[in-house]
Design a protein around this ligand. Sequence first.
Ligand SMILES: [Fe+2]
Ligand SMILES: [Fe+2]
Length: 316
Amino acid sequence: MTHEYWEAETQRALAEEAAELGIEAFRRDEVIIVAGEVESEARRQAVEERITRQFPSVRVLNEIVVARMTEPAEVPDGALRVAAVGDVHMDQDVVGRYRPALASLAERADVLLLAGDLTRHGTPDEARCVATEFGGLDVPVIAVLGNHDYHSDAEADVTAILKEAGIEVLEGAGTVVSTGRGRIGVAGVKGFGGGFAGRCATAFGEPETKAFVHTAERSADSLAKALRALDCDVRVALTHYAPVPDTLHGEPLEIYPFLGSHLLGEAIDATGTDLAVHGHAHAGCERGTTPGGVRVRNVAHPVIRQAYSVFRVERQ
Ligand SMILES: [Fe+2]
Ligand SMILES: [Fe+2]
């Protein structure tokens, strides 16, 4: 194997390992940089040890930080407030870490949105951890699944376990939370990749390429339909994949096509939406807007670095 192919192979193996561990990992010459958030110092060390074992010839630079699970320092005033977090990547070792910050959430928000990647590998066991952590709160909890939640081909079981715990799971559907101060409509899809205007995949050529693009199109269409159907005072779009590139700054440009699709942004702009919330881009940034001026927030836990964020949503 030539050195170049060996490099590519190592990069791929590293990416798989990182996805498995729920962290980011990059190779820069003879150094592997691992970054992201974990829930404890012990896990921070364990991740470093595992990467070092897998790639013994390369030095590992550990930039992982221990996650903060605190309540947001600032909570806006206002009639309608939406709390949100994504990419909580639950497993047994995370259970109990969010819960203290979620107690009496009703004092801070009217609803909690979970923006996908609720589990690490999409197993029913991990879904039960999500149910334990986010079930039975004092506000309605509304979720979409993320790509990780599909990994074990058990998304139907994952959805059923969450529903049983009272967590509403949206995929091409919407729901309305009625408060004394107004009705918050939430429509959700997982979404898909494909890239952004001018730099995106098109349904041309091989059937596999067409299937990829059609998946993104179908997802965006079902989001638009679900948003339009909401009878509410404020309209919120909940996705896992990003609807705009703004909130991806910090991610490598080369992977933008796997992080989101402008078709989701188009759906949001076409439907009088007031706020769009997504996850998936762990290394991205928090704030963006659609071309039509709708507020977009990346609430991936490694980005917001708190148990959840709260957004004030105004009636237009
Ligand atoms: Fe994630
Ligand atoms: Fe994801």
